[in-house]
Write a protein that binds this ligand. Sequence first.
Ligand SMILES: [Zn+2]
Length: 173
Amino acid sequence: MLAEPPRVTRSATALEPARRLGIEGELVFPVDPTGGDLVMPNGYREGTHNGIDIGNGCSPGRGRSLLACADAVVNSMEQSTRPGKYITLRDRSDTYYRYHHLAEFIEGMEVGAAVSAGQVIGLMGSTGNTNWAHVHFEVWRHSLSPNIGFPIDPLPLLQRPAGLTIGSPQCDN
Ligand SMILES: [Zn+2]
């Protein structure tokens, strides 16, 4: 049994769930790092932005591969106004992962399918309430329902690729 993490009440404590779960820095980065530099201009802000946004550094990112961050099962694949096309995964530690704004679902992905960490699960896009091709990535404990589960900051959980810029990219026009 995994120890129960505390509810995150302040961003300063956002690292604690990762440490208690023993998955700090253990998850595969949700975007394929071999496709070039990556940028994360928007981080986790509790209550206002429950995830992190990751896109290409300075070039269009549509169609870039999104990767399963852990060995997991496809929990849902849906489309709605704000997230656009999105896929959620659930792993054996009762942790859920959301990927928003997909350009495409991948052949062979379906609810209940088992996926391995690092496997391509979709393609980056800009469906939903965005014009910028990126993935909005969230991590939730216990449930994706805010009445039951709660989000945690994904960044401390991830293996960060070398080409990742946190903040706005410096691009030549
Ligand atoms: Zn976002």
